[in-house]
Design a protein around this ligand. Structure first.
Ligand SMILES: [Zn+2]
Ligand SMILES: [Zn+2]
Length: 268
């Protein structure tokens, strides 16, 4: 069995397609998915999705790339997370992204760092893991998690695209590493190196749907049902089976997010 630890089913690509997505997941033995929130405005939709199926959960947070959207406070994040505690299992996605500076300097991105700090505090206060997005910003991301997280912040570096050294630093902080379909791309040798070094108990898999469909669907709209292809690529690097990667990453998902995925193997 497999779990997609990061997808955006609230995006327009899937409008009115949820039944189709859920049945293709079942066919592919993808037993659960975490629906990721990227703005406060979107949260009701993400939560609504999670409420429609026992094997869907939601995160709560504002993506670092989103500008001109509502800024949450730590108190607001905590209150919403507590109110919907049965479905909200993570804070995020949050983090830093210096890739699209649009003519600005890193010094100008203080607003992103403030937003990230609000999310880290919320995660600590309501004892939830963080779903961390980091792009061209790993040094600051790690430093903020270390300083603001005070050794208590936990979570996952999602859609990991950094170096082995950054992976090691994230692991040293106690974080999990989630690999996406990028690991199936031809030019992703560094990522395959990461796939070989992440310990069994820290590895997660994801699709980041609708983006980044794995080979052989590269360029198409991604789907949680494709996450076994991510597992298969990782398995090739680790010298085990895709089912092994599915099993251990499912167990890690349950441990990190403190949930039980519905056990389809014993379903009537
Ligand atoms: Zn992301
Ligand atoms: Zn995402």
């Amino acid at each position: 069995m497999f779990v997609d630890s990061h997808c955006h089913l609230s995006f327009p690509d899937y409008q009115h397609r949820l039944p189709e997505v859920l049945s293709s997941m079942a066919e592919a033995q993808v037993v659960a998915a975490l629906c990721i929130c990227t703005t406060m405005e979107e949260f009701a939709t993400v939560l609504g999705l999670a409420n429609t199926a026992a094997n869907l959960w939601a995160s709560l947070g504002v993506h670092p790339d989103n500008e001109g959207v509502r800024e949450p406070t730590t108190a607001e994040l905590c209150e919403l997370a507590r109110l919907h505690a049965s479905k909200v299992i993570a804070i995020g996605e949050t983090g830093l992204d210096y890739y699209r500076l649009n003519g600005r300097s890193i010094a100008d991105m203080g607003w992103q760092r403030e937003r990230f700090a609000v999310h880290i505090q919320a995660a600590l206060q309501c004892d939830l893991p963080l779903v961390v997005h980091t792009r061209s910003s790993s040094e600051d991301t790690l430093a903020m998690l270390k300083e603001q997280g005070a050794g208590r912040a936990r979570g996952v570096f999602h859609c990991f695209t950094e170096t082995v050294d950054v992976a090691r630093a994230a692991l040293d902080l106690g974080f999990h590493i989630s690999l996406s379909g990028i690991v199936t791309f031809k030019n992703a040798e560094t990522l395959r190196e990461v796939a070989r070094m992440v310990p069994d108990d820290r590895l997660l898999i994801e699709t980041d749907s609708p983006y980044l469909a794995p080979v052989p669907y590269r360029g198409k709209t991604n789907s949680p049902a494709y996450v076994p292809h991510v597992a298969a690529a990782i398995a090739r690097e680790r010298g085990c089976s895709a089912d092994d990667v599915g099993r251990l990453s499912t167990r890690n998902f349950e441990t990190l997010f403190r949930v039980r995925v519905p056990d389809t193997a014993h379903a009537p």
